[in-house]
Write a protein that binds this ligand. Structure first.
Ligand SMILES: [Fe+2]
Ligand SMILES: [Fe+2]
Length: 367
Protein backbone atom coordinates (compact mmCIF):
# COMPACT_ATOMS: atom_id res chain seq x y z
CA UNK A 1 0.00 0.00 0.00
CA UNK A 2 1.48 3.30 -0.98
CA UNK A 3 0.58 6.64 0.44
CA UNK A 4 0.39 10.03 -1.17
CA UNK A 5 1.28 13.22 0.67
CA UNK A 6 -1.72 15.39 1.43
CA UNK A 7 -2.21 18.55 -0.59
CA UNK A 8 -1.04 20.64 2.37
CA UNK A 9 2.23 18.67 2.42
CA UNK A 10 2.62 19.38 -1.31
CA UNK A 11 2.23 23.05 -0.64
CA UNK A 12 4.80 23.07 2.15
CA UNK A 13 7.33 21.02 0.15
CA UNK A 14 7.26 23.25 -2.87
CA UNK A 15 6.61 26.85 -1.93
CA UNK A 16 5.60 29.11 -4.76
CA UNK A 17 3.76 26.44 -6.74
CA UNK A 18 0.58 27.89 -8.17
CA UNK A 19 -1.15 24.56 -8.61
CA UNK A 20 -1.19 22.00 -5.86
CA UNK A 21 -1.40 18.36 -6.85
CA UNK A 22 -4.58 16.81 -5.52
CA UNK A 23 -4.14 13.88 -3.14
CA UNK A 24 -4.55 10.63 -5.05
CA UNK A 25 -6.51 8.03 -3.17
CA UNK A 26 -4.99 4.56 -3.00
CA UNK A 27 -8.42 2.99 -2.64
CA UNK A 28 -9.47 1.43 -5.95
CA UNK A 29 -13.09 2.33 -5.29
CA UNK A 30 -12.17 5.94 -6.05
CA UNK A 31 -10.95 5.41 -9.62
CA UNK A 32 -12.48 8.63 -10.82
CA UNK A 33 -9.87 10.44 -8.74
CA UNK A 34 -7.02 9.36 -10.97
CA UNK A 35 -8.61 10.65 -14.18
CA UNK A 36 -9.65 13.88 -12.45
CA UNK A 37 -6.17 14.25 -10.95
CA UNK A 38 -4.49 13.89 -14.33
CA UNK A 39 -6.87 16.37 -15.92
CA UNK A 40 -5.82 18.83 -13.20
CA UNK A 41 -2.06 18.27 -13.16
CA UNK A 42 -1.68 18.57 -16.95
CA UNK A 43 -2.54 22.26 -16.48
CA UNK A 44 0.49 22.75 -14.20
CA UNK A 45 3.45 24.20 -16.16
CA UNK A 46 5.88 23.13 -13.41
CA UNK A 47 4.77 19.51 -13.33
CA UNK A 48 7.94 18.02 -14.81
CA UNK A 49 10.16 19.80 -12.27
CA UNK A 50 7.79 18.78 -9.52
CA UNK A 51 8.03 15.09 -10.40
CA UNK A 52 11.84 15.46 -10.75
CA UNK A 53 11.91 16.71 -7.19
CA UNK A 54 9.35 14.27 -5.79
CA UNK A 55 9.75 11.04 -7.79
CA UNK A 56 7.74 9.14 -5.17
CA UNK A 57 4.66 11.07 -6.21
CA UNK A 58 5.04 10.02 -9.81
CA UNK A 59 5.55 6.39 -8.72
CA UNK A 60 2.37 6.54 -6.66
CA UNK A 61 0.45 8.04 -9.57
CA UNK A 62 1.81 5.36 -11.92
CA UNK A 63 0.73 2.60 -9.57
CA UNK A 64 -2.75 4.06 -9.34
CA UNK A 65 -2.94 4.30 -13.14
CA UNK A 66 -1.68 0.69 -13.42
CA UNK A 67 -4.40 -0.55 -11.11
CA UNK A 68 -7.03 1.28 -13.12
CA UNK A 69 -5.63 -0.13 -16.36
CA UNK A 70 -5.69 -3.67 -14.86
CA UNK A 71 -9.33 -3.25 -13.90
CA UNK A 72 -10.16 -1.82 -17.34
CA UNK A 73 -8.42 -4.28 -19.62
CA UNK A 74 -8.32 -7.44 -17.49
CA UNK A 75 -11.65 -7.23 -15.64
CA UNK A 76 -13.50 -5.07 -18.18
CA UNK A 77 -14.63 -2.80 -15.35
CA UNK A 78 -16.73 -0.07 -16.99
CA UNK A 79 -15.74 2.67 -14.54
CA UNK A 80 -12.08 1.84 -14.97
CA UNK A 81 -12.47 1.82 -18.76
CA UNK A 82 -14.06 5.27 -18.54
CA UNK A 83 -11.16 6.51 -16.42
CA UNK A 84 -8.45 5.02 -18.63
CA UNK A 85 -9.98 6.57 -21.73
CA UNK A 86 -10.52 9.90 -19.96
CA UNK A 87 -6.81 9.86 -19.03
CA UNK A 88 -5.78 9.05 -22.59
CA UNK A 89 -8.09 11.77 -23.91
CA UNK A 90 -6.44 14.33 -21.60
CA UNK A 91 -2.93 13.18 -22.60
CA UNK A 92 -3.72 13.24 -26.33
CA UNK A 93 -5.30 16.66 -25.95
CA UNK A 94 -1.86 18.04 -25.01
CA UNK A 95 -0.91 17.68 -28.69
CA UNK A 96 -3.83 19.61 -30.14
CA UNK A 97 -4.38 22.11 -27.32
CA UNK A 98 -4.68 25.81 -28.15
CA UNK A 99 -1.23 27.43 -27.93
CA UNK A 100 -2.48 29.84 -25.25
CA UNK A 101 -3.46 27.07 -22.84
CA UNK A 102 -1.31 26.18 -19.81
CA UNK A 103 -1.31 22.47 -20.65
CA UNK A 104 0.88 23.07 -23.70
CA UNK A 105 3.83 23.16 -21.25
CA UNK A 106 3.28 19.47 -20.67
CA UNK A 107 3.10 18.44 -24.33
CA UNK A 108 6.39 16.55 -24.09
CA UNK A 109 6.48 16.02 -20.33
CA UNK A 110 8.46 12.74 -20.09
CA UNK A 111 6.48 11.48 -17.10
CA UNK A 112 3.15 11.94 -18.88
CA UNK A 113 4.59 10.46 -22.08
CA UNK A 114 5.68 7.40 -20.12
CA UNK A 115 2.21 7.05 -18.58
CA UNK A 116 0.59 7.36 -22.00
CA UNK A 117 2.93 4.75 -23.50
CA UNK A 118 2.23 2.26 -20.73
CA UNK A 119 -1.55 2.68 -21.10
CA UNK A 120 -1.32 2.34 -24.90
CA UNK A 121 0.74 -0.86 -24.67
CA UNK A 122 -1.82 -2.43 -22.34
CA UNK A 123 -4.70 -1.27 -24.57
CA UNK A 124 -3.07 -2.70 -27.68
CA UNK A 125 -2.23 -5.93 -25.87
CA UNK A 126 -5.79 -6.43 -24.65
CA UNK A 127 -8.90 -7.73 -26.39
CA UNK A 128 -10.50 -4.29 -26.09
CA UNK A 129 -10.13 -3.39 -29.76
CA UNK A 130 -12.25 -6.37 -30.70
CA UNK A 131 -11.95 -9.41 -32.87
CA UNK A 132 -9.63 -9.15 -35.86
CA UNK A 133 -10.43 -11.47 -38.77
CA UNK A 134 -7.21 -12.98 -40.16
CA UNK A 135 -6.82 -12.81 -43.92
CA UNK A 136 -3.96 -13.28 -46.35
CA UNK A 137 -3.44 -10.17 -48.46
CA UNK A 138 -1.28 -10.52 -51.57
CA UNK A 139 -1.98 -7.36 -53.58
CA UNK A 140 -3.18 -3.80 -52.88
CA UNK A 141 -6.40 -4.68 -54.68
CA UNK A 142 -7.00 -7.57 -52.27
CA UNK A 143 -6.46 -5.19 -49.36
CA UNK A 144 -9.05 -2.74 -50.75
CA UNK A 145 -11.53 -5.56 -51.33
CA UNK A 146 -10.96 -6.87 -47.79
CA UNK A 147 -11.53 -3.41 -46.27
CA UNK A 148 -14.69 -2.79 -48.34
CA UNK A 149 -16.25 -6.20 -47.81
CA UNK A 150 -15.44 -6.33 -44.08
CA UNK A 151 -16.83 -2.85 -43.66
CA UNK A 152 -20.02 -3.64 -45.61
CA UNK A 153 -20.65 -6.78 -43.52
CA UNK A 154 -19.84 -5.20 -40.15
CA UNK A 155 -22.66 -4.20 -37.83
CA UNK A 156 -21.13 -0.71 -37.58
CA UNK A 157 -22.01 -0.03 -41.21
CA UNK A 158 -25.77 -0.61 -41.01
CA UNK A 159 -26.30 0.15 -37.39
CA UNK A 160 -29.86 0.19 -36.00
CA UNK A 161 -29.01 3.49 -34.28
CA UNK A 162 -29.43 5.27 -37.62
CA UNK A 163 -32.74 3.54 -38.42
CA UNK A 164 -33.91 4.70 -35.01
CA UNK A 165 -32.72 8.27 -35.68
CA UNK A 166 -34.41 8.26 -39.08
CA UNK A 167 -37.81 7.03 -38.03
CA UNK A 168 -38.38 7.31 -34.28
CA UNK A 169 -36.02 9.63 -32.42
CA UNK A 170 -37.46 12.68 -30.69
CA UNK A 171 -35.91 16.15 -30.85
CA UNK A 172 -34.31 15.54 -27.43
CA UNK A 173 -32.75 12.27 -28.56
CA UNK A 174 -31.49 13.83 -31.75
CA UNK A 175 -29.94 16.70 -29.78
CA UNK A 176 -28.15 14.19 -27.56
CA UNK A 177 -26.80 12.48 -30.66
CA UNK A 178 -25.33 15.80 -31.89
CA UNK A 179 -23.79 16.48 -28.48
CA UNK A 180 -22.25 13.03 -28.43
CA UNK A 181 -20.88 13.44 -31.96
CA UNK A 182 -19.20 16.79 -31.08
CA UNK A 183 -15.77 15.83 -29.77
CA UNK A 184 -14.79 13.79 -32.81
CA UNK A 185 -16.40 16.01 -35.47
CA UNK A 186 -14.84 19.18 -34.09
CA UNK A 187 -11.38 17.59 -33.87
CA UNK A 188 -11.46 15.92 -37.29
CA UNK A 189 -9.45 18.74 -38.86
CA UNK A 190 -6.55 17.95 -36.51
CA UNK A 191 -6.80 14.25 -37.36
CA UNK A 192 -6.34 15.02 -41.06
CA UNK A 193 -3.38 17.25 -40.18
CA UNK A 194 -1.87 14.33 -38.25
CA UNK A 195 -2.32 12.13 -41.33
CA UNK A 196 -0.33 14.69 -43.33
CA UNK A 197 2.64 14.74 -40.94
CA UNK A 198 5.46 12.57 -42.21
CA UNK A 199 3.27 11.32 -45.07
CA UNK A 200 4.70 9.82 -48.24
CA UNK A 201 4.96 12.60 -50.89
CA UNK A 202 3.03 10.38 -53.32
CA UNK A 203 -0.16 10.62 -51.26
CA UNK A 204 0.01 14.24 -50.13
CA UNK A 205 -2.22 15.46 -52.96
CA UNK A 206 -5.14 13.30 -51.84
CA UNK A 207 -4.60 14.08 -48.16
CA UNK A 208 -4.41 17.80 -48.95
CA UNK A 209 -7.69 17.61 -50.86
CA UNK A 210 -9.28 16.05 -47.80
CA UNK A 211 -7.75 18.72 -45.59
CA UNK A 212 -8.95 21.49 -47.94
CA UNK A 213 -12.52 20.13 -47.93
CA UNK A 214 -12.43 19.98 -44.12
CA UNK A 215 -11.31 23.66 -44.12
CA UNK A 216 -14.30 24.66 -46.28
CA UNK A 217 -12.03 25.07 -49.33
CA UNK A 218 -10.67 28.21 -47.68
CA UNK A 219 -14.05 29.69 -46.69
CA UNK A 220 -14.21 29.78 -42.87
CA UNK A 221 -18.02 29.86 -43.01
CA UNK A 222 -18.00 26.53 -44.85
CA UNK A 223 -15.34 24.82 -42.74
CA UNK A 224 -16.69 21.60 -41.30
CA UNK A 225 -16.08 22.77 -37.74
CA UNK A 226 -18.14 25.93 -38.40
CA UNK A 227 -20.92 23.93 -40.05
CA UNK A 228 -21.08 21.58 -37.10
CA UNK A 229 -20.99 24.41 -34.56
CA UNK A 230 -23.90 26.05 -36.41
CA UNK A 231 -25.92 22.90 -35.98
CA UNK A 232 -25.13 22.82 -32.25
CA UNK A 233 -26.14 26.46 -31.93
CA UNK A 234 -29.42 25.91 -33.80
CA UNK A 235 -30.33 22.97 -31.62
CA UNK A 236 -29.58 24.89 -28.42
CA UNK A 237 -26.40 23.06 -27.39
CA UNK A 238 -24.18 25.53 -25.56
CA UNK A 239 -20.45 25.43 -26.41
CA UNK A 240 -18.25 23.48 -23.99
CA UNK A 241 -14.49 23.82 -23.58
CA UNK A 242 -14.00 20.07 -24.07
CA UNK A 243 -16.67 19.86 -26.81
CA UNK A 244 -18.75 17.67 -24.48
CA UNK A 245 -16.09 14.94 -24.31
CA UNK A 246 -16.61 14.65 -20.54
CA UNK A 247 -20.19 13.50 -21.20
CA UNK A 248 -19.03 10.58 -23.34
CA UNK A 249 -19.08 7.04 -22.04
CA UNK A 250 -15.91 4.97 -22.41
CA UNK A 251 -17.05 3.70 -25.82
CA UNK A 252 -17.19 7.24 -27.21
CA UNK A 253 -13.84 8.18 -25.70
CA UNK A 254 -12.25 4.95 -26.98
CA UNK A 255 -13.48 5.71 -30.51
CA UNK A 256 -11.87 9.15 -30.42
CA UNK A 257 -8.72 7.85 -28.70
CA UNK A 258 -8.22 5.27 -31.44
CA UNK A 259 -7.87 8.10 -33.98
CA UNK A 260 -5.41 9.94 -31.74
CA UNK A 261 -3.41 6.85 -30.79
CA UNK A 262 -2.89 5.85 -34.42
CA UNK A 263 -2.55 9.46 -35.63
CA UNK A 264 0.03 10.61 -33.08
CA UNK A 265 2.22 7.49 -32.94
CA UNK A 266 4.23 7.26 -36.14
CA UNK A 267 4.66 3.54 -35.45
CA UNK A 268 0.89 3.18 -35.92
CA UNK A 269 0.85 5.13 -39.21
CA UNK A 270 -0.33 2.21 -41.37
CA UNK A 271 -3.10 1.36 -38.91
CA UNK A 272 -4.15 5.01 -39.08
CA UNK A 273 -4.73 4.66 -42.84
CA UNK A 274 -7.28 1.91 -42.19
CA UNK A 275 -8.94 3.88 -39.39
CA UNK A 276 -9.37 6.97 -41.56
CA UNK A 277 -10.52 5.14 -44.70
CA UNK A 278 -13.22 3.19 -42.89
CA UNK A 279 -14.58 6.36 -41.33
CA UNK A 280 -15.24 7.80 -44.79
CA UNK A 281 -16.82 4.50 -45.89
CA UNK A 282 -19.18 4.32 -42.92
CA UNK A 283 -20.62 7.81 -42.84
CA UNK A 284 -22.51 8.57 -46.11
CA UNK A 285 -25.33 6.00 -45.99
CA UNK A 286 -25.87 6.40 -42.23
CA UNK A 287 -25.78 10.19 -42.38
CA UNK A 288 -28.43 9.99 -45.10
CA UNK A 289 -30.72 8.25 -42.62
CA UNK A 290 -29.79 10.77 -39.94
CA UNK A 291 -30.62 13.77 -42.13
CA UNK A 292 -33.98 12.22 -43.08
CA UNK A 293 -34.68 11.86 -39.36
CA UNK A 294 -33.71 15.50 -38.78
CA UNK A 295 -36.02 16.71 -41.56
CA UNK A 296 -38.83 14.57 -40.17
CA UNK A 297 -38.52 16.75 -37.04
CA UNK A 298 -38.42 20.01 -38.97
CA UNK A 299 -34.69 20.68 -38.99
CA UNK A 300 -32.79 21.70 -42.12
CA UNK A 301 -34.71 24.73 -43.41
CA UNK A 302 -31.93 27.21 -42.63
CA UNK A 303 -28.88 25.21 -43.66
CA UNK A 304 -28.29 23.81 -40.20
CA UNK A 305 -27.88 20.30 -41.62
CA UNK A 306 -25.14 21.36 -44.03
CA UNK A 307 -22.51 19.52 -41.98
CA UNK A 308 -24.19 16.15 -42.39
CA UNK A 309 -25.59 16.85 -45.89
CA UNK A 310 -22.10 17.70 -47.10
CA UNK A 311 -20.65 14.51 -45.63
CA UNK A 312 -23.31 12.38 -47.34
CA UNK A 313 -21.82 13.32 -50.69
CA UNK A 314 -18.23 14.32 -50.00
CA UNK A 315 -17.32 11.26 -47.94
CA UNK A 316 -18.10 9.03 -50.91
CA UNK A 317 -15.36 10.96 -52.75
CA UNK A 318 -13.07 10.86 -49.70
CA UNK A 319 -13.53 7.11 -49.24
CA UNK A 320 -12.63 6.46 -52.88
CA UNK A 321 -9.67 8.85 -52.55
CA UNK A 322 -8.31 7.21 -49.39
CA UNK A 323 -8.60 3.75 -50.93
CA UNK A 324 -7.32 4.42 -54.47
CA UNK A 325 -4.94 7.33 -53.97
CA UNK A 326 -3.53 6.72 -50.48
CA UNK A 327 -3.83 3.06 -49.52
CA UNK A 328 -3.21 1.49 -52.96
CA UNK A 329 0.07 3.34 -53.64
CA UNK A 330 1.35 2.82 -50.07
CA UNK A 331 0.35 -0.86 -50.08
CA UNK A 332 2.23 -1.24 -53.38
CA UNK A 333 5.31 0.38 -51.88
CA UNK A 334 5.15 -1.39 -48.49
CA UNK A 335 3.38 -4.71 -49.15
CA UNK A 336 4.50 -6.16 -45.80
CA UNK A 337 2.44 -3.46 -44.03
CA UNK A 338 -0.87 -4.22 -45.78
CA UNK A 339 -2.09 -6.22 -42.83
CA UNK A 340 -1.56 -3.22 -40.53
CA UNK A 341 -3.88 -1.13 -42.70
CA UNK A 342 -6.48 -3.89 -42.55
CA UNK A 343 -6.14 -4.20 -38.76
CA UNK A 344 -6.65 -0.43 -38.41
CA UNK A 345 -9.81 -0.67 -40.51
CA UNK A 346 -11.17 -3.41 -38.24
CA UNK A 347 -10.23 -1.51 -35.07
CA UNK A 348 -12.29 1.42 -36.32
CA UNK A 349 -15.24 -0.79 -37.21
CA UNK A 350 -15.15 -2.51 -33.82
CA UNK A 351 -14.84 0.65 -31.72
CA UNK A 352 -17.46 2.39 -33.84
CA UNK A 353 -19.97 -0.47 -33.37
CA UNK A 354 -19.37 -0.41 -29.58
CA UNK A 355 -19.95 3.34 -29.58
CA UNK A 356 -23.12 3.12 -31.66
CA UNK A 357 -24.47 0.26 -29.48
CA UNK A 358 -23.91 2.27 -26.32
CA UNK A 359 -25.24 5.53 -27.75
CA UNK A 360 -28.35 3.79 -29.09
CA UNK A 361 -29.06 2.35 -25.63
CA UNK A 362 -28.46 5.72 -23.97
CA UNK A 363 -30.84 7.49 -26.37
CA UNK A 364 -33.54 4.85 -25.80
CA UNK A 365 -33.24 5.47 -22.05
CA UNK A 366 -33.94 9.17 -22.67
CA UNK A 367 -37.42 8.46 -24.02
FE1 LIG B 1 -15.50 16.69 -42.35
FE1 LIG C 1 -14.52 13.06 -45.16
Amino acid sequence: MFSMPSSSEHASQSPGREIVLPPLAANSSTWTNVAAAIRTIVEDPTLEMYFDEYPGEFDALSKQVDRTVDAAFEQHDERALADVHAILFALYDLHVAPAASMRTHNQFNPYLTRLRGSIERRWLGSAALGEIAPVELRTPQELIEAICSTSARHRASKHPLFDFLETQATQTQLTEFFRSDSALNIRFFDLIVLALLGSDPAVRGELSQNFWDEAGKGDPVRSHVTLFRNLLLTTGIAPAEDDHASLLNWQGLAGYNLFMMTGLNRSQGFKSLGVMAVTELLDPSQYEKLTRGCRRLGLGGAGELDYYDEHVSIDVVHAEGWLSNVIVPLAGKFPHRMNDVYVGAQWRLNTCAQYYDDLHESLLRLA
